[in-house]
Design a protein around this ligand. Structure first.
Ligand code: ASP
Ligand code: MG
Length: 405
């Protein structure tokens, strides 16, 4: 008998038929004698719909009220899933995030988990019931409903798996697992059987939107092994876990493409200590996440600085840049450019040389011009013209032989 935590995403519970299908899958585990805890998301589209509705009434809705609103989506699916289980004679009970003891801080719309008590889940499991838990939502210490940031049901599932010491944590989604690249961009992309937390994190934050990055961080911190797999078939998915020595033999595990970035360039900034600090602090205060950064000294001893942000952060970033330039008493902002970021990720890069050379050679042969380059221990990223993003990803994927054999 195993204790299994399963998570079903919005597409998997998107309509009554799909919910019925999920219920059957849960029943199969329950019939085998396993103890099953299921975390569900809102039906796909519901969270966006609720956000749009709030914004149609007020472009700047209060964040506490947003959490009260957004929690509805998951509350609908826990009840419906439980009702569907009852219809096929599976004993089941639903629990909200609060009832499951998901305790968070009070940072509304992006709350961090402080503790997971599990509430009475163990008792319910002991009584033979399946427990269906609302993902994405929690309760602050002073009793307010909170949410864990977009995609937060992944985090709910990982955190519950940790708290309940589950034997298995399965993240059911609408793809078969984690691929070497997005199959819509690179047709011969292959499903990976296994990858490390570090690789998953770099892929998650480089444009492969399979899972919420924070949930992968949590899993890594607490050593929660999980599997990403499809709710539409019975194929094994991708296991994500701590790296093993043999995993390092692969230089590049996957290629990620992020077409949602915009490049800012500030020229003729004063060249003195504190300039970058002032700019990036101001962006941080506004909640702008900066990705790539490059600075160099131009002619006349003035500094040129380039950085990228997500498209939705452009208006806020524009404002900050103007304020900082005024406050510094120097510098001018150049027009922004849409860019795509193409990254190669693999823990083998730590111990092997020549990866960068091969990566750049592949881009050169494909005629792709590079605007920016950044690297980490296990990743190389370039900013390029979005029109060339697909060609670039295909070229890198081929150069490292990542395709089906
Ligand atoms: N429903 C929430 C969202 O759309 C949480 C989730 O689906 O994981 O972001
Ligand atoms: Mg999701």
């Amino acid at each position: 008998m195993a204790l299994i935590v399963q998570k079903y995403g919005g597409t998997s519970v998107g309509n009554p038929d799909r919910i019925r299908h999920v219920a059957k899958r849960i029943k199969a585990h329950h019939d085998r004698g396993d103890q099953v805890v299921v975390v569900v998301s809102a039906r796909s589209g519901v969270t966006n719909e609720l956000i749009d509705r709030a914004k149609s009434l007020n472009p700047n809705p209060d964040e506490r009220e947003m959490d009260t609103l957004l929690a509805i989506g998951e509350q609908e699916t826990i009840a419906l899933t439980t009702i569907a289980l009852h219809a096929i004679a599976v004993p089941a009970v639903s629990r909200t995030g609060a009832q499951a003891g998901i305790i968070t801080d009070d940072a509304h719309t992006r709350a961090r988990i402080l503790d997971v008590t599990g509430g009475d889940i163990k008792t319910q499991l002991g009584a033979g019931k399946v427990v269906i838990v609302a993902g994405f939502q929690g309760l602050s210490k002073d009793g307010q409903v909170t949410t864990l940031g977009r995609g937060g049901s992944d985090l709910s599932a990982i955190a519950l798996a940790w708290a309940l010491k589950a034997d298995i944590c399965q993240i059911y989604t609408d793809v078969d697992g984690v691929y070497t690249a997005d199959p819509r961009i690179v047709p011969d992309a292959r499903k990976l059987d296994m990858l490390s937390y570090d690789e998953m994190l770099e892929l998650a934050s480089s444009g492969s939107k399979v899972m919420q990055a924070r949930s992968v961080e949590f899993a890594q911190k607490y050593g929660v092994v999980f599997e990403v797999r499809s709710s539409f078939n019975d194929e094994p998915g991708t296991i994500v876990k701590t790296e093993a020595p043999n995993m390092e033999q692969i230089l590049v595990r996957g290629v990620a493409v992020d077409k949602n970035q915009v490049k800012f360039t500030l020229n003729d900034l004063p060249d003195r200590p504190g300039v970058a600090a002032e700019l990036f602090q101001a962006l941080g205060v506004q909640g702008v996440v900066v990705d790539m950064i490059i600075q160099n000294i131009g002619r006349g001893g003035l500094a040129n600085l380039t950085f990228t942000v997500a498209k939705e952060d452009v208006p806020r970033s524009e404002k900050v840049v103007q304020q900082v330039i005024t406050s510094l008493g120097g510098g001018k902002q150049m027009p922004t450019t849409d860019i795509a970021k193409v990254s190669a990720v693999g823990i083998g890069m730590r111990t092997h040389s020549g990866v960068a050379a091969k990566f750049f050679e592949a881009l050169a042969k494909a005629g792709v011009n590079i605007m920016m380059i950044t690297t980490s221990e296990i990743k190389i990223s370039v900013a390029i013209d979005p029109a060339q993003a697909n060609i670039a990803a295909q070229a890198v994927h081929a150069a490292f032989d990542l395709g089906k054999t």
